[in-house]
Design a protein around this ligand. Sequence first.
Ligand code: SF4
Length: 380
Amino acid sequence: MVDYARGNMAVAHNGNLTNAAFLREELEQIGAIFQSTTDSEVIIHLISRSRGASFTDSVIDALRQVVGAYSVAITNGDVIVAARDPLGFRPLWLGRLNNAFIVASETCALDIIDAEWIREVEPGEVVTIDRDGLRSVKPFKPAVPKQCLFEFVYVARPDSYIFGQGVDEVRKNMGRELARQAPADADIVMAVPDSSNPAALGYAHESGLPFEVGFIRNHYVGRTFIEPEQGIRDFGVKIKLNPSRSAVAGKRIILVDDSIVRGTTAPKIIKMLRRTGARSIHFRVASPRIINSCHYGIDTPNREKLIAHKSSVEEIRKFLDVDSLEYLELPALLRATGGNPDHFCTACFTGNYPTPVPEDYETKPRNHRHVDHSTAQYER
Ligand code: SF4
C-alpha cells in the first residue's frame, strides 16, 4: 500500500517480473526512491508516473512496460483493476458475493467465503470493477498462452480449478500416466504426504494396487522450518510424520512424490520407511526432472541447488537409496492436464523460457512466492 499524488493505492501481485531490475534502475535514474526490493513496487512507480486519463488507463500503461508473470489486483479505493499477463503464467479468478466482485488466484479462496465462481480472467485481459459493475478489455498484443505447468504439479491447491481444469483430477491423471509409464512389482502405493496424495491415488487406481496411508501426520506440533538448527529441523520431520508400521513393514512399496526439487525431504522419508521395515521402495515422481530455476514467481532455488541439475537419474536413485526411480515424462504430464500442450510454460523442466530472462538471474536475490501448503515445510 502506498500514498501518492492522486490518493492511495494497494497492489496484490502473484508472479515475478523479469525486467524489474532494468526498470528499477531506469526509474532510480530519474529520481524514484524504492522502499523495498520487491518487483511489485516497480508496478506502483510506473502507475504513479503514468499520465493515463483513468486509473485503469494508468495501470494498463504500467503493465505495457513490464515483462514476465503477473496476476494482479490493484485498487485506489474506488476501482479495482485485475489483470493477467498476456502469457497467463499465473491463474486469476473472478467471483461474486452478493453485490461484490472478488478477485483471487484460486477458486478455493472463493469457496472459503461462500462466493460464487464467475470465470477465470483470461491471459492478457484487464478487468475494471467499480460502482458501475465489471468491464473488460484486452489491451495487449495477443500471444500464445504459457500457463505454469508446475501449478498443476505442486503449487495450486487440489481443491481449486485453474486453467480450466480441476487440480485434483489433473494430479490423479498424472498418477495414472505414471503407473502406465513406470510399473513395478509391489504390494502397496503410498504418497509422500500431503501434496502427492492425488497422484498416488491415480497410480493406485491405474495399477490396481492398494493405496495405503503409510505416513501419519502429527497435527499437534509446530512448523518445522522455524526451528533454528539443522539437527532440530531433521528431528522436526520425524515429529511431523511417522510411518505406520502395520502398513509398511515387510511391504514392497511404490512411493509417489509430485516432484523433487532440492532432494532434501525424500531421503529422510525413505530412511524412515527403511527403518520401519519396508522390503523394497520404488520411487515414482509425477513430474519430469526439475533442471532449471523458475523466473516467473515460484520459489525454486538457484539451479545449482536443484538435485536434477547436477545429477543423473541413476545418481539420484543411489543418493535416495531406493530400488528404482522413475520420473514422469513431459508429454505424459502435458496429457494429464487435459489442456493444449502448447499453452504451458515448461521452462523448469526444459529450459525453454517463454520470455527473455536476465543473464545474472541465478545470482541476484529475488522476491518469489514461497509455497508452504504441503511438504515445503520439510525443506523440499
Ligand atoms: S519455470 Fe516452471 S515453475 Fe516457473 S512458470 Fe514455468 S513451469 Fe511454472
